[in-house]
Ligand binder design. Structure first.
Ligand SMILES: *[C@@H]1O[C@H](CO)[C@@H](O)[C@H](O)[C@H]1NC(C)=O
Ligand SMILES: *[C@@H]1O[C@H](CO)[C@@H](O)[C@H](O)[C@H]1NC(C)=O
Ligand SMILES: *[C@@H]1O[C@H](CO)[C@@H](O)[C@H](O)[C@H]1NC(C)=O
Ligand SMILES: *[C@@H]1O[C@H](CO)[C@@H](O)[C@H](O)[C@H]1NC(C)=O
Ligand SMILES: [Ca+2]
Ligand SMILES: [Ca+2]
Ligand SMILES: [Ca+2]
Length: 330
């Protein structure tokens, strides 16, 4: 099995862009909806610019992260015409996937909230209903919302870890700024601003280290190189703020050329010791600072178990790439 399946799907999505947008304009004529100029990848549906990803498939959090990387948001459905326009668009394209939309009852069973903590629209005509079921039905295993082709693209409560495509809306829904001191930068498509650095947490892929640069190149990036400790802090905070801290990442450093000599992919030196490198326990009470893997661990990672400190890991492990914007113009 090839680990870069998601990446290939991404390329397909890019290639599909032309035929897709051609089909869109036919539908717009029928809908007589206002014309919007949408950014690349996005299609005009009703009065919105939407991106139907077909990446993945991914779980709920990955889908959110994917949309954030497009300077977009997982779509908030809150009006009947908007909902109808989306479903009609899906019909017109013949999509057979299912899509995540923003909203969950993870915090409080039965209390459906979107990412801005606003109440999600409930009941008819949004949620799936049969004669014996009216969704959502207080299922503690089903805490996120998907539109599934098998259920007529109605809103349905499903397992947040199940796999669906992302449905993103542009522009991103506005969030109250929490941290005004930090400089913000405009990041290219697929990247998010992490303390002033544009990074992409590619949590919809898990690959060996040697292949981790491939998805980065696919989004005009390269495996991340960290050159100051604040970046490590900013990454940590981002992962927690966005509730994706359970993911582990490959970054662009290794000691494959000379065992014990840690270099970034641009051959600059990786700073050793604290506060960069984490500790591991070798037997009770025997704490050893990483790197600790000698010849068996030659690749640099920020792992969830390791609380996202630097660690040497077996290069054959499957982790998600953490990409930065490429410094080489392609
Ligand atoms: C629907 O949500 C969008 C954000 O996605 C917001 O701008 C808009 O005001 C909301 N509309 C209603 C009717 O709540
Ligand atoms: C779900 O639980 C809430 C509160 O416990 C209750 O008011 C509601 O009727 C329940 N809904 C269904 C469909 O069982
Ligand atoms: C890094 O050094 C290696 C060998 O020392 C060399 O083959 C490689 O081209 C260098 N890479 C860069 C980006 O300079
Ligand atoms: C590294 O991980 C791979 C895959 O899990 C495994 O086959 C290999 O034996 C490991 N190598 C070492 C040196 O532990
Ligand atoms: Ca639930
Ligand atoms: Ca090593
Ligand atoms: Ca290690």
């Amino acid at each position: 099995m090839w680990h870069s399946r998601g990446f290939i799907l991404l390329l397909c999505a890019v290639q599909l862009l032309l035929p897709c947008s051609a089909a869109t304009s036919d539908w717009e004529l029928q809908m007589d909806s206002p014309k919007l100029t949408c950014p690349a990848f996005f299609q005009n549906v009703g009065d919105q610019c939407l991106f139907f990803s077909f990446m993945g498939p991914t779980n709920y959090k990955s889908a959110k992260q994917f949309c954030d990387g497009l300077q977009a948001s997982l779509i908030v459905i809150n009006s009947t015409t908007q909902f109808e326009n989306i479903i009609h668009f899906i019909y017109s394209q013949g999509y057979e996937s299912s899509f995540w939309v923003d909203g969950s009852d993870l915090k409080n069973e039965g209390d459906w909230r979107d990412s801005h903590n606003k109440a999600v629209v409930m009941n008819t005509p949004f949620w799936l209903a049969s004669e014996s079921h009216y969704k959502p039905n207080n299922d503690t295993e089903a805490n996120c919302i998907a539109l599934e082709s098998t259920y007529g693209f109605f809103m349905n409560d499903v397992d947040c870890e199940s796999d669906h495509s992302a449905l993103c809306e542009y522009p991103a829904t506005v969030e109250e700024s929490v941290d005004e001191e930090k400089a913000t930068v405009e990041c290219p498509v697929f990247f998010v601003d992490v303390g002033g650095t544009c990074l992409a947490f590619v949590i919809w892929e898990e690959v060996v280290w040697e292949e981790a640069n491939i998805p980065c190149i696919g989004i005009e990036g390269e495996l991340a190189i960290l050159d100051n400790i604040q970046q490590l802090r900013d990454i940590y905070e981002y992962l927690h703020d966005h509730e994706i801290y359970e993911h582990s990442f490959w970054i662009g450093g290794s000691d494959t050329v000379t065992e014990g000599e840690w270099v970034w992919n641009d051959n600059s030196t990786v700073t050793m010791g604290s506060p960069w490198w984490g500790f591991s326990e070798h037997g009770t009470g025997n704490w050893i600072q990483e790197p600790d893997g000698n010849d068996e661990e030659n690749c640099l990672a920020l792992t969830s178990e390791g609380h996202h400190y630097l660690r040497d890991k077996n290069c054959s492990e499957l982790l998600s790439p953490l990409c930065m914007v490429s410094r080489y113009n392609l």
